[in-house]
Design a binder for this molecule. Structure first.
Ligand code: NAG
Length: 215
């Protein structure tokens, strides 16, 4: 009986961890305090008496980001760094602008699933499942289409039109984090040893140095 209870308790704990992204809130809100910097999991709460509407607000998501860069896309993030009131709420939002044929390079969010809505243009989107399948799940999206990228999985978007494209991404973390594969692998600081990367990618050192010089 006791062991059965223990087993059920273990299942309950495992499920709650598997379902959770950011830990859930224990109060109405916990607006991040910009002055106090005690290291906790999240950010320290500001005194609720001094909380105001602006702590829950951001302006400017109607403005297009500057896509004049090598990939032809720009992400305007609105997470807990922009809205202190998002602290402990487990959500955030972003606007993504794409130049014609621009790409939001393969990346992952270690702490969030993402729901992407196309507001303008057409996008090819995709994510890749875990090892060993590495299955590419991909789709063409048009205005009004919504697509989900499951937490942690590698994903990308590409503008497949001659005009600009715009999307809004909702994310299940106040601080989703971004790991852009090319930048992480070839632009780490300091560099990953070329011995590791020549073996990994099965190419010579000059090819690796070439890639490293770009990130
Ligand atoms: C966009 O970025 C490019 C490259 O950094 C820069 O030259 C250009 O002035 C920027 N455009 C605007 C409108 O800010």
């Amino acid at each position: 009986m006791a062991s059965q209870f223990l087993f059920l308790a273990l299942i309950a704990i495992t499920c709650s961890i598997a379902l959770a992204t950011d830990p859930s809130s224990l109060q109405d809100f916990c607006v991040a305090d910009p002055v106090r910097s005690v290291p906790v999991n999240g950010l320290v709460c500001k005194d609720p008496r001094f909380v105001e509407a602006n702590d829950f607000s951001f302006s400017g998501l109607h403005l297009a980001g500057n896509t004049s860069n090598t990939v032809g896309s720009h992400v305007t993030s609105v997470n807990v760094a922009q809205i202190a009131g998002l602290n402990t709420l487990g959500i955030s939002i972003a606007r993504i602008d794409y130049a014609p044929w621009g790409v939001n390079s393969p990346h992952t969010h270690p702490r969030a699933s993402e729901v992407l809505t196309v507001l303008e243009g057409s996008l090819q989107v995709g994510f890749i499942t875990s090892h060993p399948e590495n299955r590419l799940i991909t789709k063409i999206l048009h205005v009004g289409d919504v697509f989900v990228f499951p937490v942690g999985l590698l994903h990308f978007q590409r503008n497949i039109g001659y005009g600009n494209a715009v999307a809004i991404a909702a994310l299940s973390s106040q601080n989703p984090g971004v790991i852009t594969i090319a930048n992480a692998v070839f632009g780490s600081n300091p560099d990953i040893s070329s011995d590791v990367l020549t073996r990994t990618f099965q190419v010579d050192k000059d090819t690796i140095y070439n890639f490293q010089s770009r990130f």
